[in-house]
Design a protein around this ligand. Structure first.
Ligand code: SF4
Length: 362
């Protein structure tokens, strides 16, 4: 069987990745996921690390065509959590021994916002006596801002490239300076220079995206020496230009989940020592999506811990799961789900990307 020959190689090439991206039978897919799980176990272990996700504001200065909280969506019920509310969520994450949190929000570069985030990061560090790991997911910023936030105590940063195909990128973003592909790539470089563990990722199953594009995405992660990957299937949001245009043209749920799992598996097999998240978007299309993601090679989960009254307002896409659940309910539910996979939850650990340390040794 050709798939077994390919998977027995130590290092795959582009042709191998393209071949594997095209497999479709359940038998072949099971072999692929099995191999990815084996590579995960060998390189990052069977531990699952949590990042408690605090989505603290849905105010955004950008207008990405696929995103439910884009600036032009007049139906967005805007909110911005206070510092005290964020600290309350952070304290819950700390006391429940999640080890790390992610602060995520729509993009803003104004002085008030930059200072607010800096202040919040410092206070979370203080409240947890330096024990909580802090990841930021706050979009494109200046190099100085990235440095300030790193200095304040954040040590990981997620900035999704969404697609490494520049032409496709243009179709996802309005054509203006603030949505430029090269700026996004440059920002990844600034993050690395500032000392962060750098995360990126893509949307999978976009209209117009080919399997060759997806293979290029994996090669992009390699080229830019990315430490953490967060990628998920594209899910439309009705109140967006892309949602309206492509309503009937996106792949079926099953196809997008399958592609999402293949991407996780191939990224694990190809890059080996990176952290890979099983994203909520996978669960948005398949109730068992996150468990399947862990079985296909992912090792990170990002349970939403945003205060219940704000959850429903942070909808980047239709049908976001768990919006009525409290953080306590999510904790119980997830522990059961991880148990079914045979992985172990690494409570209280940061779970940094081994790739970050390996790349710094070279
Ligand atoms: S994807 Fe991010 S930057 Fe783009 S509109 Fe949504 S929140 Fe803003």
């Amino acid at each position: 069987m050709k798939i077994k020959d390919i998977l027995n190689k130590d290092n795959l090439n582009r042709e191998d990745l393209e071949y594997l991206m095209g497999i479709d039978s359940n038998e072949e897919l099971d072999i692929l996921y099995g191999k990815a799980y084996e590579v995960k176990e060998k390189n990052v272990g069977k531990k699952v690390y949590y990042r408690g996700l605090i989505e603290f504001s849905n105010i955004c200065v950008k207008d990405c065509s696929y995103c439910g909280i884009r600036k032009s969506n007049k139906n967005t019920d805007h909110f911005m959590m206070t510092k005290e509310e964020i600290l309350t969520s952070a304290k819950w994450i700390y006391e429940n021994n999640y080890g790390s949190l992610v602060l995520q929000a729509g993009e803003r570069q104004d002085k008030e916002f930059v200072e607010f985030v800096e202040d919040v990061v410092k206070e979370i560090k203080e409240m947890s006596q330096g024990k909580l790991g802090i990841t930021l997911s706050l979009g494109e910023q200046t190099k100085e801002t990235y440095e300030r936030w790193h200095e304040a105590g954040a040590h990981r940063y997620l900035l999704r490239i969404e697609t490494s195909n520049e032409d496709l990128y243009k179709t996802l973003h309005p054509e203006d300076v603030s949505h430029d592909f090269t700026t996004r790539v440059k920002s990844l470089g600034y993050l690395k220079e500032a000392g962060y563990q750098v995360g990126t990722g893509v949307m999978i199953g976009l209209p117009g995206q080919t399997t060759k594009d997806l293979v290029d995405d994996i090669l992009f992660y390699e080229k830019y020496n990315i430490d953490m990957i967060g990628m998920g299937p594209y899910i439309i949001h009705d109140e967006t230009p892309m949602g309206a245009e492509f309503k009937d043209m996106v792949l079926s749920k099953e196809e997008r989940v399958k592609l999402g799992l293949k991407m996780i598996a191939l990224t694990r097999i190809y890059l080996k020592d990176v952290n890979i998240a099983a994203t909520t978007a996978l669960q948005g299309l398949d109730p068992l999506g996150r468990e399947k993601g862990l079985k296909a090679g992912a090792n990170i989960l990002m349970p939403v811990t945003t205060a219940a009254e704000h959850r429903a307002k942070y909808q980047l896409y239709n049908g976001k799961p768990c919006i009525d659940d409290t953080a306590d309910q999510c904790k119980k539910c997830l522990a059961g789900r991880v148990g079914t996979v045979g992985d172990e939850i690494a409570y209280g650990e940061w779970g940094d990307s081994p790739h970050y340390f390996n790349r710094n040794k070279k």
